[in-house]
Design a protein around this ligand. Sequence first.
Ligand code: 3SL
Ligand code: MG
Length: 249
Amino acid sequence: MNIDLIISADYVDDSKVKDKTAVVIDMLRATSVITTAINNGCSKVIPVVTVEEALKISNNKRCDFILGGERNALKIEGFDCSNSPLEYKKENVYGKNIILTTTNGTKAINKSVKAKNILISALLNAKSVSDRVIDLGNDLVIVNAGTYGEFSIDDFICSGYLIDCIIKKEKDVKLSDIAKTCHYIYLNNKDIIGFIKNADHYKRIKKLNLEKDLDYCCRKDIIDVVPEYINGQIKDYRLFKGNENEKIV
Ligand code: 3SL
Ligand code: MG
């Protein structure tokens, strides 16, 4: 298996993801939200790029959806939830459809649609994602959402952990130079919180008094579901069997 990495959503193009498994990572905080919501039993997450798309999908059926996401890390006016994973509790999301729009994370997912499989990872579920990547057996490209088009330390260190989980179990792996660098950085900084504290985005979230989100998003492997994006919607991959072509709403 070849493993490569893209440092931000802005650098994704179809040729880089085609025929591969893409694992999208926005650990602060979009992919932590998605992983948490799916783990807490939501029916599906529909990731969209713009607020307008989110409103259009929910149009006339507003009560069927939870609208979630952020702009500038804050809840969007008229939406139900912000981009805090702690809001996506079982009692709020079980059996519900969530439409999510975030600045970087949902953009990265939508830019990866030409991949063979698209998995959603955070630190919260990285080990389970690594098992699924190995089972699929395709070449892998790890898509970091990044922050506002730029490299982001948080997604990079999370990717390093994912690579570590994969190469502990799969011996026939060839890392690109950037994937090797990413793994090296993780191996030398296993105290994730200690390292992530240097990230601009970590500081931005901290300034908004969202330390609880940061502590939660930095926990490794507390969730074992693997969300997968197929045909506009994200579910636990085991729930897609035979339903891959169903309409998103
Ligand atoms: O950019 C994104 O997709 C968000 O996850 C950013 S934030 O952490 O909610 O600010
Ligand atoms: Mg982020």
